[in-house]
Write a protein that binds this ligand. Sequence first.
Ligand code: MTE
Ligand code: MO
Length: 269
Amino acid sequence: MNDKPLTPPPSEEEVRRLSRRLTRRSFLTGGAATVSALAGWQWLRTSAAEDGTPWPLRRVLRFNEQVARAAFRETRLAPTFPESRAVRAEDMRVNGGLGLSAGPGAAAWELVVEGGPGPARRLTLADIRALPRTMMTTELKCIEGWSEVVTWGGAAFRDFLVRYRLGTRSGAAPDLADRGDLYRYVALETPDGGYYVGLDTASALHPQTLLCYEIGGRPLAAAHGAPLRLVIPVKYGIKNIKRIGRVRFTDERPRDYWAERGYDWYAGH
Ligand SMILES: Nc1nc2c(c(=O)[nH]1)N[C@H]1C(S)=C(S)[C@@H](COP(=O)(O)O)O[C@H]1N2
Ligand SMILES: [Mo]
């Protein structure tokens, strides 16, 4: 863009001061407030955009990501609750229907897996169910400010990678102790491509990251992402993609539906 800014951009100091106000718990909402504060400046619309994000916002988002990354430990588990605290499956709130357009039912559904040597692989729900069944009762936290305790059932994403030899450049089973062979990111999207999220591999391998096919011991309802969704309690709801159709391993940071709309790409809490 060649347009000259009409008013000067804020100094680095100003951008830093705005970012510092964001606490770890509120950095997402704070990020949104920062976005609207910044959006008022005429220069913002005219500053050169890389990735479609003008540089001052990129700087703030990158700062948020550093805070979340520093707080992330794979051994740090999200809180778990007694099953009696969980919402009944039929009472569970539904939020977000992007990418849930009608498609094949569970019987015809397949998970397409790309990345690594060789052609794409196609796995069935039976393949996912054949993995050790993991149950956990954790909180789903939406960035809109509500949360819900849910009992999830499914396969640990790390078990999925090890059992089906996925996520590595060589095509060997991933070695969780020595991760040099693993791609850096995982991209997930709905069968129709209407919703998509990107994850760093460490978060995907977190022991509480599940490919979930049950809520409260019953098969997922369509609105909650049948036949298979992601549950990743170390991240906000936006990363918990419903109705996964495609998984791709890559070294390039994947696009992410809400990150493209100004939210933090990392979205940890
Ligand atoms: N495919 C898809 N997955 C999605 C969304 C969506 O719009 N489409 N919304 C996300 C958001 S913002 C939240 S809070 C959770 C809500 O999950 P639930 O509807 O099962 O409560 O789903 C996430 N996964
Ligand atoms: Mo959400």
